[in-house]
Design a protein around this ligand. Structure first.
Ligand code: ATP
Length: 598
């Protein structure tokens, strides 16, 4: 592999950028550095560089992962350096980071080092792709062999990033929004093209591909981006409001009021001619194999030849016809025992949007036109069915419909602007949700990003875990802002699991995209999301959530927060967390409800 190519970026050079990125403490500096790095690669390398920086071998929808666990990486380091596995494991125990262990052991390798021909980022990336594609019997040995060859030919710093990348622990801290801003600056000289890049990304969920188009055809090519089948679209999301009056006022006239089903969001792509169906999750992961029944229904129930649609899959009881709770439906998201579960928990998929049909991109058509298309392509009573809905501009009719659907066991309603396009990848007021939980304590649960954790005291010392520091995502500044310290609601098993997961992503200092005034015992890469319920949102001088919004720098915090998710939410990433602006509007709603007793 290692032929020296003068024009191409060497992995060693990329590693030096990664090292600097890790040390940077401001987002703006991070953008500058990423910009420099992007300017130093050509159009044949930008895809690999983007994936490297994102810490992935391929976009989520490709469904390929490295499949390298710590034990396997330890074995590869041992093979590559001539040390016993036990020595590697002992060094790892001390360093807490297998990347650093790989670096130090490579530097004092017992083996005769191969002549270190420098390799390029594309060459390293090709090996990673090969490792990721190695499956089936004997794959473990092949993976170890490929990894150890790569480590054996690496310099210390390269070995550090090879191992961290393989384990999914790169910790560079650059999110997609930061990367898009850097791409815009590198290629157009200003941040202004970020919106076009983001728009293209929302239509295909593949930033590596968008970057390649940008390098190849410039920003005009990016602007011409269209939806394409089998590339998932980033989902449209809903804002929240607490009353029918406010929602109808915001909709400016008639709206379509749909039932909100609490199940699993599925985006289905179907091409009848090739009999191909793919199903993508809310985070664009490929989940096709988990739902053979949806694949079958998509091929047989839809009258179109080619389609992309958005829906919610929900399990029901075949005897009573009643819909199951979310937790029950979630059991259908599994890797084993798929057929048995599909008999035990049959599904209905309630379809609420169609984004592409028979060669036509529907994204910019009005909601009402998309809805008519959707109704026309579905049978009356199939496994796939349109969401229930009424059209109204009357708050009384709104409330009556809300009560009916909640009475029937559903989660609430989503009002939709009948004139709006499908707003991919954004939470906008063209969809507004109102849930039954809004009538209770704090209007909704929050999905927060873990940015740090505390050591245990007293009885908890055995796991060294004493709670989490959690943040909202500020999607305007692309920063994570602290909002709550969470110490309760954990079971022992959860504490152990959380501590293990967080220990693996500890960072040296506060990550560049974190805004916080308080110091946890350990900072971690903002990666994991947990769901929290609280009694109330309060103003707080301690927390930074929303602190840059007003004049006095006071932030927002949660009163009596407790964990309600079963540990980490693997269906949500940090950019899907509750935003700062949502917390501010929940705070305002809560005040209004208290004042008017609504
Ligand atoms: P939540 O936890 O409230 O579902 P979320 O962040 O996952 O929030 P939102 O966009 O805020 O997602 O709420 C809309 C979600 O509700 C969609 O992601 C979808 O999974 C689900 N849903 C259920 N019924 C509908 C419907 N009729 N129209 C759109 N989305 C629906």
């Amino acid at each position: 592999m290692c032929s020296f190519t003068a024009d191409l970026m060497l992995f060693e050079e990329a590693s030096k950028y990664f090292e600097k990125l890790e040390e940077i403490s401001s987002r703006l500096e991070m953008i500058d550095l990423l910009e420099q790095m992007i300017k130093n690669v050509g159009k044949d390398e930008i895809r690999a560089l983007v994936y490297f920086t994102e810490g992935v071998v391929a976009p989520a929808f490709d469904g390929i992962e490295m499949g390298i666990a710590e034990k396997l990486a330890e074995e590869a380091i041992a093979n590559a350096t001539g040390y016993e596995k036990g020595v590697v494991a002992a060094d790892f125990k001390k360093s807490g980071d297998l990347g650093s262990t790989a670096e130090s052991m490579t530097s004092k390798s017992k083996l005769v080092r191969m002549v270190h021909n420098k390799f390029t980022i594309n060459e390293v990336f090709a090996v990673f792709r090969k490792i990721a594609r190695t499956n089936g019997s004997g794959s473990k040995d092949t993976k170890v062999k490929l990894m150890s060859e790569l480590i054996a030919a690496s310099s210390g710093i390269e070995a550090r990033y090879v191992v961290r990348f393989a384990l999914g622990q790169l910790r560079l801290g650059a999110g997609d929004a930061t990367l898009m801003e850097a791409l815009s600056k590198a290629k157009t000289g200003s941040r202004d093209a970020k919106a076009d890049i983001e728009n293209a990304y929302n239509l295909c969920s593949d930033l590596g591909h968008v970057a390649e188009v940008l390098f190849d055809g410039g920003i005009d090519a990016v602007k011409r981006f269209k939806v394409s089948i089998f590339k998932p679209i980033r989902p449209a999301l809903a804002e929240r409001m607490p009353t029918a009056q406010e929602i109808i006022a915001k909709m400016n006239g008639e709206c379509s009021l749909e039932s909100k089903y609490d199940g699993i969001r599925v985006q289905v792509h179907m091409d009848k001619k090739s009999k191909r169906v793919e199903i993508f999750s809310r985070r664009q992961e490929r989940i096709t194999e988990m739902f053979p029944d949806i694949v079958d229904a998509a091929l047989h129930e839809i009258s179109a030849n080619e389609v992309i649609f958005d829906g919610e899959a929900i399990a029901y009881d075949d005897n009573t016809g009643e819909y199951h709770h979310f937790q029950e439906t979630m059991q259908r998201k599994r890797k084993h025992g798929i057929e048995e579960k599909s008999v035990e928990l049959p599904l209905h998929v309630f379809i609420f949007d169609v984004m592409y049909i028979d060669g036509k991109d529907m994204i910019n058509e009005t909601y009402e036109k998309r809805r008519q298309t959707l109704e026309n392509m579905l049978p009356k009573e199939g496994m796939l069915r349109p969401t229930g809905r009424i059209i109204t501009m009357d708050p009384k009719a709104f409330d009556k419909y809300f009560d009916e659907v909640v009475g029937a066991g559903l989660e609430g309603v989503i009002a939709k602007d009948i004139r709006a396009p499908y707003v991919a990848g954004a939470r906008k007021f063209s969809w507004i949700k109102m849930k039954r939980s809004y009538k209770g304590e704090l209007s909704d649960t929050l999905d927060l990003v873990v940015i740090g954790y505390y050591l245990g005291k007293g009885s908890r010392t055995s796991f060294n875990f004493g709670g989490l520091l959690c943040a909202t995502y500020n999607n305007e500044t692309d920063m994570f802002e602290s909002v709550s310290r969470l110490g309760t609601g954990f079971s022992e098993a959860q504490m152990q699991k959380l501590e293990k997961a967080l220990r693996a992503i500890k960072t040296k200092g506060k990550p560049a995209r974190v805004l916080a005034n308080i110091e946890p015992d350990f900072w971690v890469e903002p990666k994991y999301v947990v769901t929290i319920r609280a009694d109330e949102i309060t103003r707080s001088p301690m927390h930074t959530c929303g602190s840059t919004d007003g004049k006095d720098g006071t932030g927002y915090a949660l009163r009596f927060p407790r964990l309600v998710s079963d540990g980490i939410r693997d269906d949500k990433g940090p950019d899907d967390a509750t935003t700062t602006h949502e917390v501010i509007s929940m705070f305002k709603d809560q005040k209004r409800i208290a004042l008017h007793g609504e």
